[in-house]
Design a protein around this ligand. Structure first.
Ligand SMILES: Cc1cc2nc3c(=O)[nH]c(=O)nc-3n(C[C@H](O)[C@H](O)[C@H](O)COP(=O)(O)OP(=O)(O)OC[C@H]3O[C@@H](n4cnc5c(N)ncnc54)[C@H](O)[C@@H]3O)c2cc1C
Length: 401
């Protein structure tokens, strides 16, 4: 594994940093209150090729490998203060485009990928239900086959991008008695009859990332819009989670670096007791620990990206998600302390970064679930399986959350 970024990777990261520091994420304080993205930001990302990063050239994308994507997105996050926008962008790329690339039919890819890349369409990934959170594959949304259609019924909640999404990957069961082996994925267009979207719940952080609830009532989805095979849903979810957990927090690495740089500058300029506060060991060491945590999270992210290139089983997607989200919470908490009373105000980005980081310990699976999945992959614990009839469904269960 080569840790040196190439000139091209560095140039792209710098290009996206400049994009993030320029037009993106303006008017953030007001939009935090209204829980909205800045109009035009989605299109700015599309125009800069952000949504095309991992999409194969055959579909008009940039065809970049996961490590190049991680470096590019860290650059974007380094520049952009709007962490909500970053999560929204990440959900679109890793939980919509990637499963489509991996499991979509040629017709589905030709239909959706160009529009998802050029900004005409926004994607969302809908698995969570009121009674199926960490235990996501215990979902109850039903898919009944009727001729050349499936009829979907159920409600999903906490879905990033739902209020602005044009297409959803929805997970439903074709037979609840099959447990996780009955789960099947569908591409559901927002304008289909039987789809309603509501913006429920105010979030603590990541407030600019739109999220909501999607309800399907007698929603007829053509068989041609099933993603992958029937009963392949748990495998599709496992793949989506491997990509999402590896890469969705790459921009947060950039946010952490920006925050640490601000702490260094403040520690060098703020004077108390006749000297700058950076001369106090407790302050200096606190910032040192921030940088070390960031380096560890970055290395794990790069290792997870590297394993995605190689393929095969890996604990690094969960390790990267766990370490990055926990490091971010700790870093922003410590940064708040470095800034003292100022850090506790909205005059710095610190309190908002902290609120945003708290959400990353829950989305893509809680920290408890990342540890649980790693323990299973290491063979320390055995997965709890619901009984399923022999020969039914796709046996590869992912503890999705
Ligand atoms: C910012 C954000 C964005 C999100 N975006 C999406 C999205 O786009 N699409 C989507 O489908 N969902 C999304 N979610 C939902 C998210 O995936 C769930 O909130 C998450 O999986 C946890 O489920 P839950 O909220 O039902 O909590 P629960 O599963 O009820 O967990 C409650 C507590 O119990 C713990 N717990 C549960 N099971 C175990 C266990 N086996 N071992 C140890 N501890 C356990 C959890 O760690 C947690 O502390 C998002 C959530 C957030 C916060």
């Amino acid at each position: 594994m080569n840790l040196d970024a190439t000139d091209e990777q560095r140039a792209l990261a710098e290009e996206l940093r400049a994009l993030g520091a320029g037009e993106l994420g303006r008017d953030l304080e007001r939009r935090e209150r209204t829980q909205t993205l800045q109009p035009g930001d989605w299109q700015r990302c599309a125009d800069a090729g952000v949504f095309a990063l991992p999409v194969p050239a055959a579909y008009g994308g940039r065809g970049l490998d996961p490590l190049s994507c991680a470096l590019a997105l860290e650059g974007l996050g380094r520049g952009c203060r709007d962490n909500g926008l970053m999560i929204s962008v990440g959900a679109h790329i890793w939980a919509m485009e990637l499963p489509l690339i991996e499991f979509g039919t040629e017709e589905q890819k030709q239909h959706y990928l160009p529009a998802l890349m050029d900004g005409r369409m926004v994607g969302a990934h809908a698995i969570t239900e009121a009674q199926a959170g960490s235990d996501a594959l215990s979902l109850t949304t039903r898919a009944r086959r009727e001729g050349d259609h499936y009829v979907l019924d159920g409600t999903k909640r906490f879905i990033t991008n739902a209020p602005i999404a044009d297409v959803f990957i929805v997970y439903a069961t074709v037979n609840p008695e099959l447990g996780f082996t009955g789960v099947t994925a569908f591409l559901v267009d927002r304008d289909q009859d039987g789809v309603t979207v509501e913006s429920s719940f105010e979030k603590t952080g990541l407030r600019t990332a739109p999220w909501g609830e999607i309800t399907l009532r007698d929603c007829r989805v053509p068989v041609t819009r099933r993603l992958g095979a029937e009963k392949q849903g748990s495998r599709i979810l496992a793949t989506a989670m491997a990509w999402e957990r590896s890469l969705i927090l790459a921009p947060l690495l950039g946010t952490m670096q920006r925050q640490i740089d601000e702490c260094v500058a403040y520690a060098r300029s703020r004077e108390q007791f006749g000297t700058n506060i950076g001369r106090f060991q407790s302050v200096a060491h606190s910032i040192v620990d921030m940088q070390i945590r960031l380096e560890a999270a970055r290395l794990l992210t790069h290792r997870a990206a590297w394993d995605l290139i190689k393929g095969g089983p890996s604990v690094f997607p969960e390790a990267a998600q766990l370490e990055t989200s926990e490091a971010a919470v700790r870093t922003f908490l410590d940064a708040l302390q470095v800034f003292g009373g100022l850090g506790y105000t909205t005059a710095t980005d610190t309190e908002r970064n902290l609120r945003d980081a708290l959400g990353t310990r829950i989305s893509s699976g809680t920290s408890d679930m990342q540890r649980k999945v790693i323990a299973e992959k290491l063979g320390i614990t055995v997965k709890a399986r619901r009984p399923a009839p022999r020969g039914e469904g796709d046996a590869s269960r992912a503890d999705a959350r």
